[in-house]
Every structure is written in C-alpha cells, then in structure tokens.
Design a protein around this ligand. Structure first.
Ligand code: ATP
Ligand code: MN
Length: 419
C-alpha cells in the first residue's frame, strides 16, 4: 500500500480526496495539526472512507503520514483560515460580553450566527470550524442545521439542532446525542417553502427556550447552517431564518451579490463577507445523491461504530400515516376561502399500500394528529417490503419490536437498502 509523508509549514494545509473503494489512514507523526477545527492526537490512526475530502491544517508545523491511495493531493499555502480564526475571535468577544451582561441582566445572550452562500462554498465546513473553536474555548454552542439536502445532524429531509459539548470527531462529525429533529420530508425547501418556514420558526422558538434555561448555552450562542438556495424564495427563506432566530451575525461565503442584498435588506444585522477556501470541492449531482444515501445508511447502520437495525413486519392496521401538504391545485380550482399556504400544510391521511415501498417514515412525538406539523420526530423507519395480500409491511428500524404506538409522517425521501 502506498505510504507518503508530508511536511507542512506554518499556516498551510494538506488537501486530499479519497476516491477509490478503499479507505485511507492518516497519522500525525510530529507537530500540531487540525482537521476542520478538531485537533489531531499524535500517533493516532484516523481512517477516512471513500468520498471523504479532507484538509489537514497547521498553525505551527507538522509531519503527517498517509497510507492508501488519495487523489488531488497537494499542500496549499493560501487558506482563509486566519480570517476564519478572526471571525471566531469576534464571536468570542460577543460571548464574553454576554457573560459580563449576565451579572446585570438575565435576558442577554451570546451571538446567533448564520452562515449563508451558494452550493459548494464550504458552509458546513465553516460551521464545523467555528463550533469546534468555540468548544475548544470551553463554550457550549447550539448547532442548528437547516440544510434539508445534506443535513449534518440527522438524515436528509430533516432540520436538526444539537448542543455541541465536544469537538467533532474527525471521522464521524459531531456527536448526535439527543438531537432535536423535525421532518421536512423533502430534500430541497423549494418543494414546500411554506412548511419549511413554519418549521424554521418552530425550531427557533425551541432553541430560544433552551438558551433561556441554561446560562452557559445562552452565552455560547448558536451557529446556523443553511441551504445553498439563495435566489428568489430561497433568499426570502434566508431572511425568514434571520428574523425567526433573531440572528446577530450573518456570514456570507463567496457571493458578493448575496452579501450586498443582505446588507441592503437587513441593515440592523451585522453582515460579514468571507472568501471560500480554494480547497472546497464541488460536488456533482451524483455525489450529492450518494451522500444523501450515506446519511440514511449511517442512521440505520452507524458509521464507525456499527449499529444493528431490526427488520420486522407490521400489519397495516397498526400504521397511522399522514402526509403533509396536498398536491397543488390550480388557483381556479381552489375554494375561495382557501390559501395556497393552507394547502401546503394540510394533513392528508395515507392508506398503506405497495406505493410505500422504499419510503422513509418519520416517527412523530405528537400524540394528536393536529400537533403533527409542529412536533419533532423520535426517529425513522424505512419500508423494505409491502405485502398487500397479507396487509402488512416489512420495516427497517433502529429499535426492536414492537413499534411504538405513534403517528407517522410519510416523507418523499426514498432509501433502497442494499446491506
Ligand atoms: P453544500 O452546498 O452541499 O451544502 P457546502 O457549501 O456546505 O456545500 P462543504 O460541505 O462545507 O460545502 O464542503 C464541500 C466539500 O469540500 C466537503 O466534502 C468538505 O469536506 C470539502 N472541503 C471543505 N473545505 C476544504 C478544504 N479546505 N480542503 C479540502 N476539502 C475541503
Ligand atoms: Mn453544506
């Protein structure tokens, strides 16, 4: 197996991608280095799976060894890391201010920061860096991921929030203990932006409540990740997020036009422009589909720590499934007193049928169907098979039988289990 050593000078980074079928091992032999804000432990073997795109950055100097085949491997001397660190320092100042204010006033809080920009500019990566730096400084920020296409917290098609208490694992990302997850059911907000905005508002209320309860969390603030859809309704959604979360700082990555629009439209919020890193890798449609698939596979089977999902039959009679949003009617067919918005949030009961095959079902925490829309979910099932004669479905579930007596939301997310 190929084995290569790389020496990095101060403020430089080693970039590589894992392309083939085999994973790659990386070891820090000497010096200090970090991957997207998480410090590497010396002599520990880190394993990267196919699809990984990695940057090993050093503020000092270091030597790393890579075992296995990597693509596009080079050392970059130009990185925006110093600007990202300065950004962190600004946010940290606001947190210190919040700490000071607490002694006089109970209702203060640290910075709520939102990261926006088009696709493939490193939004998710910058969130990770800023959260990791905050945690390394002893903070406990909340991470909110509103990107329903490539969710970092749960499977695709969801929005999530999680309290960050440890730096992200280099291999597996942030710990996903007790996340708050809402099922949106689509992989782009375009499909139902009415519902998207409603869920954003609901999430914001819960996050503010959490901050109001725990002083340390309140002072640490929030980092919000967003979708790459920044035009038209997508842009309006971003301004809605800013309002709902009472955002203090918006970081715009890469796009000056978006930066100028936001400065013009929301003058009372601090908007900061930051360049994207030259290392950010553009992803093709195919790669995005693959990474969505991986997010679901990881949910059921685990990444490094392997889980063992269960598979069992559930009779139709035990399933109570709803879909959110009725198919759009042309305006002329709409009852006069009905708005498009009502339509997009309408609860439609779903009769089990072979059409459910491969669908992801979200298990709601709601006990009444009227609360379904505004309630978070406990987990997900995948429908593996439907037997219309026996009137039963076979599901893939992280929990063993019996299925909790719960209401379910049918999502538009599909998963073909090939394990
Ligand atoms: P999307 O629009 O899909 O949400 P994004 O703007 O969130 O994309 P990221 O997911 O942060 O972008 O980055 C895209 C890919 O580039 C990721 O796989 C990430 O690991 C990789 N990447 C980010 N920064 C670097 C870097 N400096 N060097 C090498 N790879 C990087
Ligand atoms: Mn992203």
């Amino acid at each position: 197996m190929a084995e290569n050593e790389y020496r990095l000078e101060t403020n430089s980074e080693l970039r590589f991608e894992v392309e083939g079928k085999d994973s790659v091992e990386l070891v820090l032999i000497s010096g200090k280095a970090e991957i997207f804000g998480t410090e590497l432990a010396p002599n520990k073997v880190y394993k990267f799976n196919p699809g990984a795109k990695v940057a090993v950055y050093t503020w000092f100097t270091c030597c790393v060894k890579i075992k296995g085949k990597t693509e596009g491997t080079y050392i970059a001397k130009e990185t925006p890391m110093i600007m990202y660190l300065n950004m962190h320092a600004c946010l940290e100042k606001l947190r210190v201010q919040a700490d000071d204010n607490f002694t006089q006033d109970q209702s203060t809080r640290g910075p709520v920061t939102m990261i926006v920009g088009p696709s493939d500019v490193g939004k998710t990566t910058l969130c990770k860096i800023l959260l990791n730096y905050a945690v390394r400084q002893g903070r406990r920020p909340i991470y909110v991921d509103l990107d329903v296409g490539q969710g970092d917290i749960s499977i695709c098609g969801t929005m999530g929030a999680v309290l960050v208490e440890r730096t992200a694992s280099v291999e597996e990302g942030f710990s996903q203990e007790a996340p708050l997850v809402f099922s949106f059911g689509h992989t782009t907000p375009r499909t139902n932006h009415t519902l998207y905005n409603i869920l954003v508002s609901r999430m914001a209320v819960i996050v503010h409540e959490k901050m109001a309860c725990i002083r340390k969390v309140a002072a640490s603030g929030v980092v919000i990740n967003t979708c790459g859809w920044v035009k038209d309704e997508g842009y309006k959604s971003l301004t809605h997020v800013a309002q709902a979360f009472e955002v203090d700082v918006i970081i715009v990555l890469d796009q000056e036009r978006l930066y100028n629009e936001l400065v013009r439209d929301i003058p009372f919020i601090k908007v900061v422009y930051l360049p994207k890193s030259g290392g950010v890798v553009e992803r093709t449609r195919q790669m995005r589909i693959k990474s969505r698939d991986n997010s679901i596979h990881k949910y059921f089977y685990g990444a490094k720590t392997k889980y063992h999902p269960y598979s069992f039959d559930v009779p139709y009679s035990q399933l109570q499934i709803y879909k959110i949003g009725a198919p759009a009617l042309p305006d002329s067919c709409m009852p006069a007193d009905m708005k498009v918005d009502d339509h997009m949030t309408k609860l439609v009961p779903v009769e089990p049928s072979p059409k459910l095959k491969h669908s992801i079902l979200a298990i709601s925490m709601a006990t009444e169907s009227t609360d379904l829309l505004m309630t978070n979910v406990a987990g997900f099932l995948c429908v593996l098979e439907v037997d219309d004669e026996k009137k039963s479905v076979t599901v893939l579930s992280p929990q063993p039988q019996p299925l909790p007596k719960a209401l379910m939301i049918l999502t538009e997310v599909l998963f073909m289990d090939s394990s």
